[in-house]
Design a protein around this ligand. Structure first.
Ligand SMILES: Cc1ncc(COP(=O)(O)O)c(C=O)c1O
Length: 435
């Protein structure tokens, strides 16, 4: 649509003229990185901002602009930038040696914290990323069941080699996946029955993140729990992002216990890590004190900086009480956005749950990724650019992640920027969605 394209072009040209240093840095990075980029999700047109510093809930870019950071490192940045407690834990760990090539007290402390919090995690193992955690969970399920087929959901993201955004991805691991539609109880149940005794596992993110921060219906998750049991498959909850929604993640909130849980992002206090855990029986396969045990390797599985940062983050900062308060505060913000959208009679909706939010161009909650309209997708770049121009850093696809150092000033900056966007573009939004 021409008027939308013109509006996007106009916003991009204002953005380019305000960010000459980021533009030049992007250009020169093209010499050594394809398209100047080493992490696809961080690219957006016309070029991404180069960030040079962060403190609390704010970031500063190369051209000197300050932003409220709602990208929040795609949810891993729960603690904001340079949290003092985490910083001193890392410094202390650094002072006493890294890369020790042996077990250390840190991983034992963080492991015990996670096992005590998550009902499904009797035993745990660390790895280096959420992707690795999911790979380990899926391969563990295949070994445990002696089966090959795996069920995942359209538009789910479980890591760079396990993603189904807009279909199967060329870089995916060559596992035998069947795909169902998120929140489709009947269709998914039928597929589970069809695959039946060949099914090793179902993997699901209880809020479908990259697919639009779509909350799974409780009844949908309950069906998955029951049917996987019936066919003898394992249920894997990917709580890499959703674990932040409560002391025990979504599983704790809903009282639904998967067989394997995967974690990552915030549990390393902002440093790289991942974890997968489950019952003592399933995880017992990795016990090196038994013969024929599965060997799970990884030079940096227990790297002391991530483990020390994680202990401080999970143990000292994100206590169950803090997690509950943060959820309530974030959810109130999300609901307040929806009240504002309704009052302005604009078809926009803050999907998601608690501190995991995505702005959709629709009049109500999105239940399935297939409900996201082409118009909604095509309006996202405009919203993204305009919010950046107003100092509110959000993800290109419309996600906002709240972080602990945020306060009401940060939230009202986002609310005001959204109001300004609506006042400027409401007629255009209507036209695009009708098209
Ligand atoms: C739900 C989910 N699972 C897994 C991953 C992969 O984690 P990582 O980027 O640490 O490999 C992500 C990352 O965005 C995620 O959102």
């Amino acid at each position: 649509m021409e008027s939308l394209n013109l509006a996007i072009e106009n916003a991009r040209s204002r953005y380019a003229s305000q960010n000459p240093l980021s533009q030049a840095a992007d250009k020169s990075a093209e010499r050594y990185f394809p398209g100047g980029n080493t992490r696809t999700v961080l690219h957006y047109d016309p070029f991404p901002l180069t960030m040079v510093g962060g403190d609390g809930a704010e970031l500063t870019d190369l051209d000197g602009h300050r932003y409220v950071d709602f990208v929040g490192e795609y949810s891993a940045g729960l603690f904001g930038h340079s949290n003092d407690v985490i910083k001193s834990a890392i410094h202390k760990a650094l002072d006493s040696g890294v890369a020790m090539g042996a077990p250390t007290p840190y991983e034992r402390e963080l492991g015990s914290l996670l096992c005590e919090r998550f009902p499904s995690i009797e035993m745990v193992r660390f790895c280096n990323s959420g992707t690795e955690a999911n790979l380990m969970a899926l391969t563990t399920a295949r070994v445990e069941t002696g089966r090959n087929k795996l069920l995942a959901f359209n538009d789910a993201y479980h890591g760079g080699v396990i993603k189904f955004l807009g279909g199967r991805c060329a870089l995916n691991m060559p596992f035998d996946f069947v795909l169902a539609d998120y929140n489709d109880i009947d269709g998914t149940a039928e597929l589970i029955n069809q695959v039946g005794e060949e099914l090793a596992a179902v993997i699901i993110e209880p809020v479908l993140g990259a697919g639009g921060n779509i909350k799974a219906d409780r009844s949908f998750l309950e069906m998955l729990r029951q049917m996987t049991k019936e066919v003898g498959a394992l249920l894997i909850f990917d709580e890499v992002k959703t674990a932040r929604l409560g002391a025990a993640g979504i599983q704790g909130m809903l009282g639904i216990t998967p067989d394997i849980t995967t974690l990552g992002k915030f549990i390393g206090g902002g440093l790289p890590t991942g974890a997968f855990g489950g019952s003592a029986e399933v995880m017992g396969q990795f016990n090196p004190k038994t013969s024929g045990a599965l060997a799970h390797a990884g030079t940096f599985n227990n790297n002391v900086c991530s483990m020390a940062a994680g202990c401080a983050a999970v143990g000292e900062i994100y206590t169950p009480q803090r997690a509950k308060e943060f959820f309530d505060w974030s959810e109130a913000f999300r609901l307040s956005l929806n009240e504002m959208f309704a009052a302005k009679a604009v078809p926009m909706y803050a999907n998601g749950l608690g501190s995991i939010v995505a702005i959709h161009f629709s009049s109500g909650p999105t239940k399935r990724p297939s409900d996201i309209s082409t118009g909604c997708r095509s309006l996202r770049p405009l919203l993204h650019m305009e919010l950046l121009l107003d100092g509110v850093l959000v993800c290109g696809r419309g996600d906002l992640f709240l972080s602990l150092p945020m306060d009401e000033t940060h939230l009202s900056k986002a609310r005001l920027a959204l109001e300004k966007f609506i006042d400027r573009y409401k007629p255009l939004i209507g036209q695009v969605l009708q098209h």
